[in-house]
Design a protein around this ligand. Structure first.
Ligand SMILES: Cc1cc2nc3c(=O)[nH]c(=O)nc-3n(C[C@H](O)[C@H](O)[C@H](O)COP(=O)(O)OP(=O)(O)OC[C@H]3O[C@@H](n4cnc5c(N)ncnc54)[C@H](O)[C@@H]3O)c2cc1C
Ligand code: SF4
Length: 333
């Protein structure tokens, strides 16, 4: 499958990047420019003609967007930082282990060398009926997400249920991470939990001319024990079909604070509502871990967007949550 024709833009600074985005991305031709970071998701999607932008803006020469640094009380991660760098960062492994664990499960070592944290956060949603070649999609009459007017997964509805399938966002949600977004009008910052919309098409709160530039991890989330569990078809290289992140801090044998987040079972990754309250102040046992697993399974609303059945993916959210909580509790100092 060949790539569609496009012009490549290669800014050297963030200022140059935002002005190129503003110049080429006017209101009439929204998404005339697509950002490429590692390209591990965008390039296959362009080959499948899911995106046919006039311009591709390559972030890779913007040095200021690369690297992990302690800045005051928080840790900053540049959007261009590779998943391999995150996986092997001593600072992150020591203070935010759930993130290094989640990053280490993405795809394969080669794809983690190329793939970036910004690309992982901004990843397009996925569906059996969408991530296919143009010929395949044409044969099925397309669908609402691209070029068609019906949803094969939930016929009769008008919403797209394609699943958000990134591995690091649930870990980042558990860590109360924030992101920085740049545009020609300046910088804005938002909690990652406000970035996702739970709509399979307009899945993120990002204007066409905006660029995600940094991720911030607060000191208040440091030193939590973390566990990430993921279901995939091929253990060596695959997107999650269900994923659970858990962070936990204990005090005097009880849970002082804990958070649980899930991915790949809804159009957005979610913090599981009520999980922190259920766990706070308690000692972990099988019954409590099971109750949180049930809560996570209720939050999961998978549909037939992947090769595995929705029932199985939902059940694995329950099982993984229970196991992750028991493991996080057993590994506390
Ligand atoms: C075989 C295979 C297996 C994979 N398995 C997994 C997996 O297990 N888990 C997983 O999470 N991912 C998986 N991926 C997807 C991908 O490799 C990762 O998600 C990776 O982190 C994407 O980062 P990237 O830099 O390559 O993104 P790109 O492909 O460059 O971009 C991805 C999307 O984000 C946008 N984007 C990128 N950076 C920014 C930015 N800074 N600001 C705004 N928008 C931006 C792009 O326009 C594009 O829409 C897999 C991919 C393949 C091909
Ligand atoms: S959920 Fe429906 S609209 Fe969305 S990609 Fe799948 S088939 Fe298309």
């Amino acid at each position: 499958m060949s790539l569609p024709q496009f012009k490549l833009l290669r800014p050297r600074t963030l200022d140059e990047a935002v002005s190129l985005m503003a110049k080429h991305n006017d209101r009439v031709t929204a998404h005339a420019v697509r950002i490429v970071a590692g390209g591990t998701d965008l390039i296959p999607s362009m080959r499948q003609k899911l995106f046919e932008p006039g311009y591709v803006l390559d972030l890779r020469h913007i040095a200021e967007l690369n690297g992990i640094r302690q800045q005051g009380s928080e840790v900053q991660i540049g959007a261009l930082t590779s998943l391999t760098t995150i996986e092997h960062s001593d600072l992150l492994r020591r203070r935010y282990p759930v993130l290094t664990e989640a990053a280490a499960t993405v795809a394969s070592p080669l794809l983690r060398n190329m793939g970036t944290i910004g690309g992982n956060i901004c990843l397009d949603t996925r569906c059996l009926w969408y991530n296919q070649s143009l010929t395949w999609r044409k044969g099925c009459g397309f669908c609402i997400k691209k070029d068609g007017n019906l949803c094969h997964v939930a016929p009769g509805g008008t919403k797209c249920w394609a699943a958000f399938s990134g591995d690091t966002p649930p870990a980042l949600l558990c860590l109360n991470a924030e992101i920085e977004i740049a545009s020609a009008s300046g910088l804005r910052r938002m909690p990652l939990r406000d970035f996702y919309t739970n709509d399979g098409i307009a899945y993120r709160n990002l204007q066409p001319s905006e660029i995600v530039t940094r991720v911030f991890l607060p000191e208040s989330s440091a030193d939590y024990r973390g566990v990430y569990r993921k279901l995939r078809v091929r253990g060596s290289i695959d997107y999650p079909l269900a994923g659970v992140a858990v962070v936990m801090k204990r005090s005097n044998g009880n849970i002082a604070d804990a958070r649980v987040a899930i991915t790949a079972v809804n159009p957005a990754p979610f913090l599981v509502k009520g999980a922190s309250e259920l766990l706070a102040g308690k000692a972990i046992d099988e019954i409590l871990a099971e109750a949180v697993g049930n809560l996570a399974a209720k939050t999961a609303k998978p549909l037939t967007t992947s090769a595995l059945t929705p029932e199985y993916r939902r059940e694995m959210i329950r099982v993984f949550t229970k196991r992750a909580i028991l493991q996080a509790a057993s590994e506390q100092n």
